[in-house]
Design a protein around this ligand. Structure first.
Ligand code: HEC
Length: 467
């Protein structure tokens, strides 16, 4: 964080720096009062085991800079080029800008873990037959299949599709989502056959499961790059893209627009929640950016209060027009400073400079596994004035802190240790047994969370001054 150190060092020196300090210091004071701000590390292919807060960091100060530093290091490690033929292993002979599939793209994908017939997934470094692939192809190392149009995947189809409609980019293509698991997490699911619903704690029991430290999962969002301006500013690759109309797949150039990274660490048994976006997703324009956005047409047309499209009905031709997406609250100044420091530390031509951390969410009290993920126990907390959502994934969950990552995932804290996809996709899946929605208290609670978030959005929209 060169810029901050520079300002701190020069602050007492004259009027010019005083003005600079006056303008900028309040932004960073939360983290720099102790004089301890981590320096960016962009040359490590390893995900940090935990957040690193220096001993003696005052308990009454916000450790946001250390959590955000952790998030950036985790992002760089999962975006690192993978070792050819090895799933989940970085090629440490390359830099983060090296060519090839990224580490997180070689993790075990959701559809590989949860087979529609409840059979066991293939081993970590192996691949299933075409039968379990949504494109009907037998994948091999480095391949990517994008078959999901809803961030809630089959949850959307199982009954509350109107609450989780699809997102349409400015080029009139649907955003696709991909969830995947690292080896620690996958191995534990395998060893315990947790892909079978009968092996998970019953909805109304008091049993629970606990993932091992080092478990990490990722959810990423992608756009079809066809006719997308400034494609060079996105990390792109070829993926098998499922066409919702024909049910057929086509190799298509796709671009990464968002990524969630969640890891179980020794100090944070409720996991640390990090979320990144490509910087041209929504306004404001980042310095040096061309001013075109993937999810906003650049006019003042506001974002609708709720998604105008219903997942169940919308996957039809022609794809309806996109709506404008905006960020409701500005990114925390300290997170912005960390973003600038990391972007500047990356190679000048690195595509990863065009990505930003939106937020890290963490349990305030370390080593307190019984604390739930409710706002009161987590950053950014009740009355948050900074984001707790990713505009490409929680587009309409930006207003009520009870729809923050941890607040929503805490609904399945006991049953699946915060891991919604396990609750959602274990065999038999909800689509096979539609009444799971009705009998599962976690799912009833999820629907409630979404409905409350929706009501808050509608209230806020009604209160906002009309154009
Ligand atoms: C309103 C509820 C809700 C909110 C808010 C939410 N999620 Fe999720 N998330 C889910 C559900 C439900 C799934 C499972 C989707 C599926 O099974 O297809 C999920 C899946 C995930 C996954 C894949 C692993 C898993 O847990 O199944 C990650 C990673 C994730 N979310 C991270 C985040 C992060 C980071 C945030 C905040 C920026 C966030 N989520 C906000 C409900 C939510």
């Amino acid at each position: 964080m060169k810029k901050i150190q520079f300002m701190q060092a020069r602050c007492p020196l004259g009027l010019f720096y005083l003005v600079i300090c006056y303008c900028f210091l309040p932004m960073i004071v939360a983290t720099s009062a102790s004089g301890q701000v981590p320096a960016p590390v962009v040359n490590s292919s390893q995900v940090p085991l935990d957040v690193s807060i220096p001993a003696g960091f005052p308990a009454n100060q916000n450790p946001i800079a250390f959590f955000d530093d952790y998030s950036w290091r985790a992002f760089i490690a999962v975006a690192w080029p993978a070792l050819t033929g090895q799933r989940g292993e970085p090629d440490s002979n390359l830099t983060v800008d090296g060519a090839g599939p990224r580490v997180f793209e070689t993790y075990k994908a959701l559809e590989e873990v949860f087979h529609s017939d409840g059979t066991a997934p293939s081993g970590w470094n192996q691949f299933d037959s075409a039968k379990y692939n949504s494109c009907g192809i037998a994948p091999s190392w480095g391949d990517m299949t994008l078959g999901s149009f809803s961030k809630f995947s089959s949850v959307g189809q199982a009954g509350f599709g109107n609450l989780v409609g699809p997102l349409i980019a400015q080029n009139r293509t649907y955003v696709r989502f991909l969830t995947s698991y690292n080896k620690v997490e996958f191995d534990q699911i395998m060893a315990n056959t947790w892909y079978l619903r009968e092996k998970l704690p019953a909805p109304n029991s008091t049993d629970s499961i606990t993932f091992n430290v080092g478990s990490l999962d990722v959810k990423s969002s992608w756009i079809d790059m066809t006719n997308m301006p400034h494609a060079e500013r996105y990390y792109t690759r070829t993926a098998n893209l499922l066409d919702p109309f024909t049910g057929l797949c086509k190799p298509t150039r796709v671009g990464l627009v968002g990524i969630h990274i969640v890891q179980k660490t020794p100090s944070r048994p409720q996991w640390i929640w990090s979320t990144f976006e490509q910087v041209d997703t929504v306004p404001p324009v980042e310095p040096g950016a061309p001013g075109t956005f993937a999810f906003n047409d650049g006019t003042t047309t506001p974002m609708p209060a709720t998604n105008p499209y219903n997942l169940n009905k919308v996957i039809q031709e022609p794809t309806p027009p996109p709506f404008n997406v905006t960020r409701v609250q500005p990114i925390h100044p300290s997170t912005q400073a960390t973003n600038q420091a990391y972007q500047a530390a990356l190679a000048p031509n690195s595509v990863w400079r065009n990505y930003r951390l939106v937020m890290t969410q963490w349990p305030l009290k370390p080593n307190s596994p019984s604390d739930p993920g409710a706002p009161k126990f987590t950053f950014p907390g009740i009355g948050a004035t900074t984001p707790f959502s990713n505009v490409t994934m929680e587009t309409f969950d930006q207003i009520n802190p009870f729809t923050s990552c941890m607040a929503c995932h805490t609904t399945t804290m006991r049953q699946t240790d915060f891991l919604w996809s396990l609750n959602d996709h274990a065999f038999p899946a909800k689509s096979a047994t539609p009444n799971v929605m009705a009998i599962s208290s976690s799912f009833r609670a999820l629907v409630k969370v979404l409905q409350t978030g929706r009501q808050e959005s509608e209230k806020a929209a009604a209160a906002a001054p009309k154009e």
